[in-house]
Ligand binder design. Structure first.
Ligand SMILES: [Zn+2]
Ligand SMILES: [Zn+2]
Length: 446
């Protein structure tokens, strides 16, 4: 029997040679391994002096890694020693097995590190479920606590660092996030977006060659002070955003010119004559749906159901039920986008309705690509503001419809055919005829 236990010692506790296995109990669910420490004494954690005076002993039951899918619990007898150094604040202390136990822990060190790895991969709830399957039972909070107790990883100092702000409270409190651009991982968070804080961080991390930032003056100043030798570049996202904003401002200034250019080329459609006081004749998809909902809500209310009950039964928001209930006629709900305004989409509507998925699946991006690939109506009505919407419609509309991110777009160039219609208003603008007038210096009309 002793031979078997010796073999177990080698197998299970190779990294802790001071452990001696004294018994093994198997009660089907849990394997209990009785162990004790074979050293004569222990070192006091308070003063570091060695003591062999045993004060007492008790049993601990730390969970260990499972064996063959079954849970293993150590039955560890630990001794409490008396510290013999009179100047030491501790009177007694309990021995710990290096690499196996720690104070207060209900798990061995190797069990803790395995659970922490599971937690890093899967986080709390899923991690706890997997650990249970593997025979290492732990609650989700325990898994998260073990991840939390891991030492902070020390990231290497990046060569190219990206600097941008992040919101702790949008519009009020901002901090600075630093990203290693090469590994695309965040490196550090700074509590504010001051030049001094960034400069201090850069000074503490010498060796940064490139600072990639937006055009905020505090980042420029911080980078100049903290890393004077580093090259500063504007990142692609901010370049595109600045360009977009400049284009929007430009279009906004030239709005009267655009209106004048296209006033005669776009025949303004008169809104459909209202029959029976409703701008939406029966047979219109949205109008019919609203009429049906309105009727259902009012029928339920008339049957004595409360608004809350109607909300639950129809799966609507309370606000929608309220609006439906307050409207005497469904036509009262046709406001805002319901008015018969002319939109850029009007020319494409028959084409889109033909191809809309009857199941209502999201296929906006697909339809958009199809629109581009089909023969187009004259450019004046398709891709240029026709003077009926606000100037901000152009970028907003594009943002909603464009399936590509600026990152993708940056690598591509629009085909000449798509650029040409956009050039038209610039050449048609009377202000452009003046020589060497900068966009910024353009007189604001009106
Ligand atoms: Zn001591
Ligand atoms: Zn102009």
């Amino acid at each position: 029997m002793r031979e078997v236990l010796l073999r177990l010692e080698e197998l299970l506790f190779l990294a802790a040679p001071e452990i001696r296995v004294v018994s093994v109990q198997d009660d089907r669910e849990v394997i209990q391994v009785g162990v004790r420490c074979r050293t004569a004494g222990a070192r006091c954690p308070g003063c570091g002096s060695w003591s062999g005076r045993v004060h007492g002993s008790y049993l601990r039951f730390p969970a260990d890694l499972p064996v063959a899918g079954r849970r293993v619990v150590l039955r560890l007898r630990v001794r409490r020693f008396t510290c013999e150094d009179v100047s030491c604040g501790r009177r007694t202390f309990v021995e710990q097995v290096a690499g196996l136990t720690r104070r207060y822990s209900q798990r061995t060190e190797r069990m803790r590190s395995v659970l922490a790895e599971v937690g890093l991969a899967l986080a709390g709830r899923a991690g706890a479920r997997l650990a249970d399957v593997l025979g290492a039972r732990a609650s989700r909070n325990t898994v998260l606590r073990l991840v939390d107790a891991l030492p902070e990883p020390q990231p290497r100092i990046p060569r190219v660092v990206g600097v941008d702000e992040y919101a702790m409270r949008k519009g009020r409190v901002y901090g600075t996030v630093l990203v290693d651009v090469e590994t695309r991982r965040p490196v550090d968070l700074l509590p504010d977006r001051e030049a001094g804080t960034l400069a201090a961080w850069l000074t503490e991390h010498p060796g940064i060659e490139v600072v990639c930032r937006d055009r905020a003056p505090f980042f420029a100043e911080g980078a100049n002070i903290g890393a004077p030798t580093a090259v500063q570049v504007a990142d692609r996202f901010h370049l595109w955003r600045n360009l977009g904003e400049a284009a929007e401002r430009c279009v906004s200034r030239h709005r009267p010119c655009l209106r004048a250019t296209f006033a005669d080329s776009v025949p303004e459609k008169a809104p459909a004559p209202a029959e029976s006081g409703s701008p939406w004749p029966t047979g219109h998809r949205f109008a019919d749906r609203t009429r049906a909902k309105h009727a259902t809500v009012h029928a339920l209310l008339a049957a004595g159901h409360s608004r809350r009950s109607v909300q639950r039964q129809l799966g609507m928001t309370y606000r929608t039920v309220q609006r439906m209930a307050d409207a005497a006629r469904p036509e009262d709900l046709f406001q805002g986008q319901w008015q018969n305004r002319r939109t850029k989409l009007d020319d494409f509507k028959p084409y889109l309705h033909e191809r809309l998925d009857p199941l209502g699946r999201d296929q906006g991006a697909w339809l958009y690509r199809r629109l581009w690939s089909r023969p187009r109506p004259p450019p004046a009505v398709s891709h240029i503001p026709d003077g009926t919407g606000s100037p901000s419609t152009v970028p907003t509309h594009g943002r909603r419809m464009d399936p590509d991110s600026p990152r993708h777009t940056a690598g591509e160039r629009a085909p000449e055919a798509e650029i040409r219609p956009l050039r038209l208003p610039r050449t048609g603008c009377p202000h452009r005829a003046r020589p060497r007038v900068r966009e910024d210096a353009h007189p604001t009309p009106g």
